[in-house]
Design a protein around this ligand. Structure first.
Ligand SMILES: Cc1cc2nc3c(=O)[nH]c(=O)nc-3n(C[C@H](O)[C@H](O)[C@H](O)COP(=O)(O)O)c2cc1C
Length: 403
């Protein structure tokens, strides 16, 4: 077996075994600070994953947030070191990961003063789903690394924030269990099994469980160079719930490493659901996705976890917006840590943003309540940005708000 393929399979195996709201602006409460409530809750036993040798956090409580960047060192204190390394790190020199955040600072906002507005409505409709904010949970595998309630906790917290949950293929609870956790809308992220029978079964299960769209990730055809995991000798001890007790094709066949447009077409035909391509980094790919009937794209470099030295997502967004020409929805992820980042992505032309690591840290620090607080904090910063920049609705945010 060629080396890359072998590494991919072992990394895949590792992966699959694997508001308090901001004070209302009307109260002019700055600096921004989500006040913690004193009550704590315990999860019921069917909502936790206990793995010997992996003491994941268990506390469920609202968390104090000054800003999302400060969550990382706080989460490092409670997540076991191997799991924290897996979540926080990225590929190679981690340049792309850093650049994702840094690039937002090179874009500046042009406020529209004297707009006469006193409100900022953040609600949107995304492929028919009504959301309270244009901020969604980006698909991430193995939430059990961050908290014992794993995806049950993150799905409940996302539903409590009244926004969209994208469940990842390598989850620690099954897609059916996640679908029942929290009442909010959910999409399913696909790592396509190499066996067509297994792929059909997985997709049909997602449809039967009520997922509203498929997010087809295309940037993970081989394992990447995760030096932190190698240094930590880290292999996730957590279960790959979507594959447990299934045919051997799920367990041993691995994921398809020679993805092409036939696989996208197969996914559309098998489910009849809207399909979005995740990992789009070029206008060419975005354009073909539209021509081939995809419902949208998620502009993503996997948070810098796959191919290092690709550009920051926000820098490629303008040309992708041009290529899509309103034919589908555009999500963007990678390095979104501030309400201003959300505002800038929307101003360039994204319909919504997806957030990764900060939500894992929120989960680690407070279970579902921590996840809810992270959403509310970022939404509160977006509200403040809209008010200060003079934008009343999400659809109003355009390039005219950028210098
Ligand atoms: C721990 C972790 C696991 C991830 N697992 C997946 C996955 O299973 N499928 C996927 O498409 N993306 C996965 N991603 C990538 C995220 O969807 C997203 O692209 C990235 O985290 C966004 O960057 P951010 O963390 O800077 O917000 C993962 C990211 C992290 C941090």
């Amino acid at each position: 077996m060629n080396r890359n393929r072998r590494d991919f399979l072992s990394a895949t195996a590792a992966a699959v075994t694997l508001s308090a709201s901001l004070p209302r602006l009307a109260q002019a409460a700055i600096p921004i600070h989500a006040a913690a409530q004193p009550q704590q809750q315990a999860a019921s036993t069917d909502e936790v994953i206990t793995v010997p040798g992996y003491p994941a956090p268990t506390e469920i409580k609202p968390i104090d947030i000054i800003n999302l960047r400060e969550l990382e060192p706080a989460a490092q204190k409670v997540i076991p070191p191997g799991g924290f390394g897996y979540i926080s790190s990225a590929a190679g020199d981690e340049w792309t990961k850093r650049e994702n955040e840094a690039a937002y600072k090179r874009i500046t906002i042009k406020p529209h003063y004297l707009s006469g507005y006193s409100t900022a409505d953040r609600s949107i409709t995304l492929l028919g789903a009504k959301l309270s904010m244009p901020i969604v949970l980006s698909p991430m595998g193995a939430h059990g690394m961050a908290h014992a309630t794993a995806e049950i906790g993150s799905a409940k917290g996302t539903a409590a924030a009244d926004t969209l949950y994208i469940a990842a293929t390598p989850s620690n609870f099954s897609l059916e269990q996640i679908a029942k956790a929290g009442s909010g809308p959910k999409w399913f992220q696909l790592y396509m099994p190499s066996d067509r029978g297994a792929a059909t079964e997985l997709l049909q299960r997602a449809k039967a469980a009520g997922y509203l769209a498929i997010v087809f990730t295309v940037d993970t055809v081989v394992a990447s160079n995760r030096e932190t995991d190698r240094r930590n000798h880290f292999r996730s001890p957590l279960p790959a719930a979507n594959f447990a007790g299934r045919s051997s094709a799920y367990g041993t066949g691995g994921f398809k490493s020679d993805l092409d447009w036939n696989d996208v077409e197969f996914t559309r035909k098998t489910t009849g659901l809207p399909v979005l391509i995740k990992g789009v980094m070029s206008p060419e790919l975005a354009s073909i996705a539209m021509e081939r009937g995809c419902a949208g794209v998620q502009v993503s470099n996997h948070g810098g976890r796959q191919l290092d030295d690709v550009p920051a997502t926000i820098t490629v967004l303008p040309k992708i917006v041009e290529a899509v020409r309103g034919r589908g929805v555009i999500l963007i992820d990678g390095g979104i840590r501030r309400g201003q980042d959300v505002f800038k992505a929307l101003a360039v032309g994204a319909n919504a943003v997806a957030v990764g690591r900060p939500l894992m840290y929120g989960l680690a620090l407070g279970g579902w309540q921590g996840v809810q607080t992270v959403f509310q904090h970022l939404d509160g910063e977006l509200e403040m940005t809209m008010r200060l920049a003079g934008a009343r609705t999400i659809s109003e945010i355009s390039k005219s708000y950028l210098t």
